[in-house]
Ligand binder design. Structure first.
Ligand code: CO
Length: 162
């Protein structure tokens, strides 16, 4: 396992639509292990493969005090409600922006062995799921800003790792 460097804007890998995973082979298992090691090392609560330079549809989510969840080829099934959140991104250091996210989402995905499962999330989990699935489509939270004045510079200790 290894802690991988996190790619930051304007790295083009962050803007690419990531490819579906077609084989859960050794290289994919190693990538998942490395993402699981990298996420806490950068104080992340979520990490998408493009953020470590790999354009594949893999996401890991690690909320505080919870077992990390590995999602291969995740798909949004349902979203409901709207709320305003202050959001940051490990790939956009030094900034936070005010955007609208869903209150609740349901995502289906495969685990690292290929078994299908669903996650229903509200609040921070819903926000993390939407944020990381956006990464797989080359979308950053910056794209959801209503206007440039909704973006603020922040100190490093206020960083929120998504
Ligand atoms: Co992010």
């Amino acid at each position: 396992m290894a802690v991988l460097p996190v790619r930051c804007v304007p790295d083009p890998v962050l803007r690419r639509r990531a490819k579906r995973v077609t084989s859960l082979d050794g290289s994919v298992q190693k990538l998942i292990d490395d993402m699981l090691e990298t996420m806490p090392a950068v104080s992340g609560v979520g990490l998408a493969a493009p953020q470590v330079g790999v354009s594949l549809r893999i996401v890991v989510i690690g909320l505080p005090d919870e077992e990390p969840v590995v999602m291969v080829n995740p798909e949004m099934v349902k979203r409901s409600g709207e709320r305003t959140v202050l959001e940051g991104c490990l790939s956009v250091p030094g900034y936070q922006g005010e955007i609208t996210r869903s209150v609740a989402v349901t995502v289906k995905a495969r685990d690292r062995r290929g078994k299908e499962f669903r996650v229903k999330g509200t609040e921070l989990l819903a926000q993390a799921l939407e944020h990381e699935l956006d990464h797989l489509n080359g979308v950053l939270y910056l794209d959801h800003l209503e206007s440039p004045d909704k973006l603020h510079g922040i100190e490093a200790e206020e960083e929120q790792g998504l």
